[in-house]
Design a protein around this ligand. Structure first.
Ligand SMILES: [Zn+2]
Ligand SMILES: [Zn+2]
Length: 174
């Protein structure tokens, strides 16, 4: 988020974000596995099965996953041990293919890039089941002005409420 970042870094990031969303090219790979692989390859770093499995799980989830949920989601394709999952999630976060979101329950949740590919975006957290999803970009007006001498390194906006499942459960119970 630094203004000092070179435009080449910005454009690499844009390419990576696009690749992670799978819309880099018209002939973008169709299968979820190939999509995850392409996004990892675009970082220029090693494509390992564990990285592909974890990113594929995040991209396919439609919501942010905890470490534990990633372990469960990857179990079918060949279980990854806990330490590997930790390492891969850390790597995905560092390479900006994923981001992590702090929950009220003090559990980190991980998601692949936001719908817009932007890092400054809002989240929705369900008060019932703690489900977290990424929302679109923040409107400009949401960015508060900082007092002199302060420097922004990020902005977290979380909308809280009920997800469709919890709303249904509440309606059925009443
Ligand atoms: Zn819920
Ligand atoms: Zn997010």
């Amino acid at each position: 988020m630094s203004a000092m970042k070179s435009s080449s870094t910005a454009s690499r990031r844009a390419v990576r974000s696009a690749a992670a969303r799978g819309d880099l090219r018209a002939d973008a790979p169709a299968s979820p596995r190939a999509r995850a692989e392409a996004a990892i390859r675009a970082t220029g770093q090693r494509v390992t099965l564990a990285r592909v499995q974890v990113l594929e799980a995040l991209q396919g989830a439609g919501r942010a996953l905890t470490h534990h949920e990633v372990e469960q989601a990857t179990a079918a394709a060949g279980p990854l041990n806990r330490v590997t999952v930790y390492r891969v999630l850390d790597w995905l976060t560092r390479t900006e293919l994923a981001h992590r979101i702090a929950g009220e329950d003090r559990v980190w949740r991980f998601n692949s890039v936001a719908p817009s590919g932007s890092h400054a975006h809002a989240h929705f957290r369900c008060n019932g089941c703690s489900r977290v999803i990424c929302l679109d970009d923040l409107p400009r007006g949401v960015r508060p002005r900082l007092p002199a001498g302060y420097r922004s390194q990020g902005l977290e906006v979380t909308v809280t409420g009920q997800c469709p499942d919890c709303r249904r459960a509440v309606r059925q119970a009443s």
